[in-house]
Every structure is written in structure tokens, then in C-alpha cells.
Design a protein around this ligand. Sequence first.
Ligand SMILES: [Zn+2]
Length: 439
Amino acid sequence: MRSLRNWAVGSGTLALLMAAGGASATDLIVHAGALLDGSGQPARSHVSILIHDDRIVSVQSGFQTPPGAQVIDLSNETVTPGFIDCHVHISARLPSRTNATEDWLTHNDLYRAFQGTVFARRMLQQGFTSARDVGGGDETVAIRDAIKAGQISGPRLWVSLEPLGPTAGHGDPHDGLDSALEHPGWDNGLVDTPEQARLKVREHRRRGADLIKLMPSGGIASTGDNPRQQLMTNEEMRVAVETAHALGLKVAAHIYPAGAIENAVMAGVDSVEHGSFATAQTFALMKAHGTYLVPTLTVYDVFYAAARDHPELLTPGTAPKEMANDQLPKRNLPLAIRSGVKIAYGTDIGEGDHAMEFGLLIANGMAPSDALLTATRNAADLIGASDDIGSIAPGKYADLVAVKGDPLSHPELFEHVDFVMQGGKTYRRDGEPTVAGSE
Ligand SMILES: [Zn+2]
């Protein structure tokens, strides 16, 4: 009984179950051949993870089987926390498969919501049990809530709404179109004074945002703006951050030039997305302030290929900007790693392979064990949800992934997950979806 008594440590619920003579029929016990638990500790072999309802109760050495618990045999696999992608656009199609401007003008938010449900369930099948959507609209709030309610399958979502930025900036949907065109919602992110920044943050909160996205610099995939210019004022950024933080919302800044990044860091943003033109000085400042970098190498690979092979599919005038800038974040990654800045995993895609980023991070200088931490511990910390996700420990959601082999020696395994569990429910087993309609 000694080992059984250990199961009950820290769990009043389980203690009651033990008194009743064994684990509940609803309890699951995962036998993990190896465990990388998201803490940064080396792999442990032969570990049992006890799960009650949607949470982890205990993590024990050896293959234990409490009476009444249902065994999930992953004794030939490596178990890790479910992956977390901190930069997605869940409803977005891949640029190589659609004309961006045509798609924008020929589909509405309702269509994008249905499309997003397809990409969300594919993401979960790829092992991503949580994600942060940084730039959608009301459709992403609806997708988040439908997942939370169990109506559709997909990663747990934290969502911003439309990115906040100035007129004629990267987040201005009017840019590149006939200036006479108007649409309700196209001004939802436009901010040209500090007071407008304060109001938009509060409006986004009212519409259901979990975080705020800023676009302080010009962009690459947008017509007419310059990615090397800072377009929001320091005061606009400062007021947006102050208002968001007062509401308990984190702030992600999509930003490129070194000087603008440094200003955004001083304004208090929680993460720098992309950060393409950052210097050693920029990374040192981010490190000093605890600001995360989300490098999003995936989107640059995808857009670089689209600009080279199908420039006609991109927004008018943007292919040359993609060709000129898309290789920089990769080249800059070793500098970021050396600087010690905190890095979280992000792809910047909706449709497509969200596990690609693992390979890109590793190919550009990151240790495989650190790449896994960007998508687990660090991502959970950036989102502000470390109590619930990002590691395999008592009290956390039972969000688990397993691969057949050692992903630290064979990182390509991250792209071939064999098993996916979210909140104690198995969505993938033996490499196949287990829930009808979740493929
Ligand atoms: Zn993005």
C-alpha cells in the first residue's frame, strides 16, 4: 500500500477514492517509456502519470497500476507536454494556396470561423493542445469559446482581436485597396492617438480578447508600408500597454526595427513577435526586461517560398519585401540564443504544419531540448498559464503528446506525433485520430 498511499499525496479527491478501495473507474494511468516533463530536467524512463478527469494527479517512477485505473500503454514512447504555439492565426489559409487579397474580399467572418475549426482540429492532431491567436476578429473568439465548450476539437486558445496600429500601417486593412472601400470592422484596430489606444484596448477586452496585439512598425506582408519604420508613437504604445496590463491582459508586439523594438520593450510589451532586425543591444535590453522573443521562422519559410514561386498570390507589391527580409530572422537566431533572451514557440500560420518550427529552430542553432522548452514551459509562461499547461506535474491539465522514439536525438519525430491527449481525453492514438471528425 505504500506506493498507493503516495498516489494520494496532494490530492484530497484521490484520498477519498483510495478510501473507497481504489482508483475511480474514470482514472487513467499513462505508462510512459520516457518522460520529458517540460521542466528542463533530463528525460526520466519508466514513469506513470495518474490522471483524474482533466488533470494530472501524480507522476511516479515505475509502471504503477492502481486498482480500477485504465492503463494507457505508452511504454515504448516518449511522452512530453502538449505543444503550445504562441503565434497562430487560426482561420488563415497558407499563402501558397490562396490569393490573399481575393480571399480577404470574397469571404466573411462566418466563413473564416468554419474554416478555422478545420485548422484548429488539425493543429490538435499535430500535438498542439494550446495556442495563442494574435490577430483575428470575432470569429477567433467564437472558435475559442466553441473549443472551450467542447463543441469542436482544437487547442485551448488565448486570443487577441485585430492588431492595434496606425492608419496606413501594417494592421490597416484598407492599405492596398481602393480607398473608397469600407467595411464594418476594418477600423477595429486603427489607433492614431494615445486616447484611441486606451479605448481600443478596452473595446477589445469587451469583445472577448485575452491579450492585446500591437503592430508598432511597418510590415512585410502588407502593401505600402515600410518594415524598417516605427509607425506607432512611444506614447501610444505606453498607453496601450498600461491599459492592457491594468485589465490583466498581456501585450504582444509584432515589430521589426531594432530601435522600435527597444522602444516597445521600454513601453512594457510582454513579447516581441518576429523581431527581424534586432541587434545584440536589442536582445540585451529584452533580456533585462524579461521580454520574450517569438521568432516565427515558419511563416518566413512559407512566405519566402510563396514569393519565389507564386508572387501573384501575395498581396500586391509585397513579394519583393518578402524576398528581401524573410531570411533575416533565421540568420539572427544564433545571436538571440547567445544573448540569453527568453524564446517562445510561434509559427504565425493557421493552416499548415505547426511542428515545422521545431526543425527550423534546431537547424538554426537551438538545442532540441531547448526547442521543446520553447513550446512547453516558455510558451505557458508567456501566455501566463503556467499553473495549467506547459509541464507534466500534479495539478496541471492532462495535455500530453507521445512520439515513438527519442525526439531529442530525432527531432523530426516532433512532426509525427503518435498520441495526443488534451484534458484527459485522447484525440490521437497509434498515429490515427480517435475521435470521429477530428482528423
Ligand atoms: Zn502573425
